[in-house]
Design a protein around this ligand. Structure first.
Ligand code: P6P
Length: 329
């Protein structure tokens, strides 16, 4: 019986070919351990007393869920102790998290969304953890927000954990996108899909149609186009990682255009650039897909704020390109 490689075996084989990526392999191992902890807590949320809202509003102005707090504290403590990072940025933290001496010789920094889609926890809908790793910049202070103002093409590792019908870990070091599935019995992530390519076919469009009154005319026209001309089927889970993962493996385009909710004529993005759009855009590109904010490739956007938001159109390359080139109204 051919044994399916564990993540550890896969990383050791990767290291034999890329010895210079030792630290990245160790980081990947640490992130998989975090995924196991969050998966266990998520899978028993209803009996672990971690359902429902915590008594806090985060920097995003969102109601914090109890599982958000668990996931965020776990990520901070675990990642700090690895010693791999000079700085951490979390969706749940106002500013950069100090490594308290653990990161003095660190060569990397990490931005993460500890639990994306957490408003869906109580409905038992899939949720995820998203991470983005860059080299530390030596031209600025180690624990500085500017460490996170880097071009998306320069990510050295990006990926996510998806806590769904199974728990999957999907990541790329920049040489293809690979998926591992958690074998709960073994307590190991096993290789389940190597060198994933987004299918050429694009059967799904994924957008919150409830935002129709708030998007631009040309965005409304494009969504009508994919419905009426391209005859796509709609799928919208409302958890970015789940919507992205479906499109990654089955083909599709996800659209979260800018919204003008106050009638100013200014269309603002909702999703966060540093720890949602950039890492997923890195994976999309590695899998033969694309990602844009409507004007620019997401990976070309250099953030100038830690929690900068962006419009995000991501998935099938041809459809993303059609969106980017759509007629200006
Ligand atoms: P809406 C979840 O809160 C999230 O950040 C993403 O996971 C998801 O894609 C998006 O917001 C859903 O937003 O406005 O459609 O509820």
């Amino acid at each position: 019986m051919a044994l399916i490689p564990t993540l550890t075996q896969y990383l050791l084989e990767h290291l034999a070919k890329h010895p210079q990526q030792r630290d990245l392999a160790l980081i990947m191992s640490d992130l998989s351990a975090i995924g196991k902890y969050i998966s266990r807590e998520t899978n028993r949320a209803g009996i672990a007393g971690v359902r429902g809202a915590a008594d806090a509003i985060n920097v995003q102005g969102e109601q914090v869920q109890k599982l958000d707090v668990f996931a965020n504290e776990l990520c901070k403590d675990y990642l700090r102790r690895t010693g791999h990072f000079c700085a951490l940025a979390s969706e749940e933290e106002d500013t950069v998290v100090d490594m308290e001496g653990y990161g003095s010789s660190a060569r990397y920094m990490i931005a993460f969304d500890p639990l994306d889609g957490s408003s869906n926890i109580d409905a038992n809908v899939s949720i995820g953890t998203i991470f983005s790793v860059h080299h530390k910049r030596d031209d600025i202070a180690a624990v500085a927000e500017e460490q996170f103002f880097q071009n998306g093409h320069d990510q050295v590792l990006a990926g996510y954990l998806l806590y769904g019908s199974s728990t999957v870990l999907v990541f790329s070091f920049g040489d293809g996108v690979h998926e591992f599935t958690l074998d709960q019995g073994l307590g190991e992530f096993l290789l389940s899909n190597e060198r994933i390519r987004i299918p050429e076919a694009c059967p799904y469009y994924s957008t919150n149609e409830g935002n129709t009154p708030f998007i631009s005319q040309k965005d409304r026209q494009f969504i009508e186009y994919v419905k009426m001309e391209k005859k796509m089927t709609t799928r919208y889970i409302g958890s970015l990682v789940a919507d992205f993962h479906r499109n990654l493996v089955k083909g599709g385009i996800f659209l979260y255009p800018g919204l003008d909710k106050d009638g100013t004529g200014i269309y603002k993005g909702k999703l966060r650039l540093n720890y949602e759009a950039k890492p997923l855009a890195f994976l999309a590109e590695q899998a033969g897909g694309g990602a844009t904010d409507g004007a620019r490739d997401i990976l070309d956007i250099v953030p100038d704020k830690l929690h900068q938001r962006t419009a995000l159109i991501i998935g099938n390359k041809d459809m993303v390109e059609e969106y980017r080139m759509r007629d200006q109204v």
